[in-house]
Design a protein around this ligand. Structure first.
Ligand SMILES: *[C@@H]1O[C@H](CO)[C@@H](O)[C@H](O)[C@H]1NC(C)=O
Length: 335
C-alpha cells in the first residue's frame, strides 16, 4: 500500500468529521438486517437447552413489562378491583346500609358573599343564589334530608351537587350542604346521622343527582340500594318521579319523593322554569343533547371530570347512553 494513500485517507477522515459519521450511521443501519441474520445464525448454533433458557428469559421480561404497564396505567376495571380490595381491608361501616336518601343540591353555601363584592366575610353560611328571593329555603331541604334518613335505620344520606357556581369558587353544593348540616349540629341528630351522611360532588342537574348518587352508593357500600328517597323542591316531583326514575328503570314501588315547598316570592318564575325543563327532559330523558347538554356545560365552570362509572361497573351502559327512548340494557335492579 503506497504511503500517500494512507495519509490521504487519514486526512479525509479528519477533515470531514462533521460529514462522515452521518454517512457511517446510515451505512450501519443498512446492515442491521445482516446483523440480525448473523445473530440468528449464532442462535441456531447454540445448544438446545440454552435456546430454551433464552426464550424463557425473554418471555419473562416481556411478561414483567406488561404487568408493570398494567400496574401503572391500569384500566378502569383494575381500579374497581383495587378499590373493592381496599374496601374489604377497611371493613367499611357502609356495607351494611341498604337504602339511599338523596338531597338534591340547589346552591352552594359559603361564608363569603358570592357576587364578587368585597364585603367582609360573614360567619354565617349563605347560599349563592340565582333567585335571591329563595333565601334560606334550601336549609329546609337539608333538614328534611337529615330527618328522613334518620327515620330509616339503614339509610345512607347523600348530599348531591357539583361545583356549579363560578362565583362560589371550586366548592361543591354537596360539600356546602354537609357543612351546613354540621354547623346546625345535624338538627339534633348528630349521633345517628353524621357518620352516614356523605357527598356526591359532580351532579349538574336532578337527573345526574339521581344517576350519580346511585353510583356513589355502590362505591361506598359495594352494592345497590333497595329503596331510594329523593328530597327536592316540590315543583320537581313530576319530573323526578315520571321522567328521571323511569330513565333509570328503578322500580316505582321502591322509590319515594319528599317535596319541600318552594318560597312563595319566586314561585311563579320557578313554576315557569320547571315546566320548560320538564318539556326538555321529555324529549331528552338523559339530558345529553341540545339545551340540557348546554346547561350541564354551563354548570361545570371548573371543568370537573366525574369519576363514574368506575365505581359502579354494572351501570356502565347507562352512563354511556344517550337517546330519546329509555335504556333497555340490563341493570342491577331490573331482574
Ligand atoms: C323498602 O321500602 C318498602 C316499602 O316502603 C319496605 O317494605 C321495605 O322494607 C324497604 N326495604 C328496606 C331494605 O328497607
Amino acid at each position: 500500500m503506497p504511503p500517500n494513500r494512507v495519509m490521504n485517507g487519514g486526512r479525509e477522515a479528519d477533515l470531514e468529521v462533521g460529514l462522515y459519521p452521518r454517512r457511517l450511521r446510515r451505512k450501519r443501519s443498512l446492515t442491521l438486517v445482516q446483523k440480525m441474520s448473523l445473530v440468528s445464525r449464532r442462535y441456531q448454533k447454540l445448544p438446545v437447552p440454552c435456546v430454551v433458557c433464552l426464550s424463557l428469559a425473554v418471555s419473562a421480561i416481556l411478561f414483567a413489562l406488561v404487568f408493570m404497564y398494567n400496574e401503572a396505567f391500569g384500566t378502569q376495571f383494575a381500579n374497581v378491583r383495587t378499590s373493592s380490595r381496599l374496601f374489604s381491608e377497611h371493613n367499611s361501616p357502609y356495607t351494611s346500609l341498604q337504602n339511599l336518601v338523596i338531597v338534591d343540591g340547589h346552591s352552594v353555601y359559603t361564608r363569603s358573599k358570592c357576587d364578587n363584592s368585597e364585603e367582609e366575610n360573614s360567619w354565617l353560611l349563605k347560599p349563592c343564589q340565582i333567585h335571591p328571593g329563595q333565601a334560606d329555603i334550601f336549609v329546609n331541604h337539608i333538614k328534611a334530608g337529615v330527618e328522613t334518613a334518620a327515620g330509616i335505620e339503614d339509610a345512607l344520606l347523600l348530599f348531591s351537587g357539583g361545583e356549579t357556581t363560578k362565583d362560589a369558587g371550586p366548592r361543591s353544593e354537596a360539600q356546602s350542604y354537609w357543612n351546613l348540616a354540621e354547623s346546625k349540629d345535624w338538627f339534633g341528630r348528630r349521633e345517628s346521622m353524621r357518620w352516614r351522611a356523605l357527598t356526591e360532588e359532580f351532579a349538574r342537574d336532578s337527573f345526574e343527582n339521581l344517576l350519580f348518587s346511585v353510583c356513589r352508593f355502590r362505591e361506598l357500600t359495594g352494592h345497590y340500594p333497595t329503596n331510594i328517597t329523593v328530597v327536592s323542591c316540590d315543583l320537581k316531583q313530576r319530573r323526578i318521579m315520571d321522567l328521571h326514575r323511569p330513565a333509570l328503570r328503578f322500580p316505582e314501588s321502591q322509590f319515594s319523593f319528599v317535596g319541600i315547598q318552594s318560597s312563595p316570592t319566586s314561585k311563579d318564575a320557578a313554576i315557569n322554569e320547571e315546566s320548560k325543563v320538564l318539556n326538555m327532559f321529555q324529549e331528552d330523558p338523559y339530558g345529553c343533547r341540545g339545551e340540557l347538554r348546554k346547561k350541564r356545560i354551563y354548570r361545570d365552570p371548573f371543568l370537573r371530570t366525574p369519576p363514574y362509572p368506575v365505581g359502579c361497573p354494572e351501570m356502565r351502559g347507562l352512563f354511556g347512553y344517550c337517546a330519546s327512548e329509555y335504556y333497555i340494557g340490563s341493570l342491577p335492579w331490573t331482574h
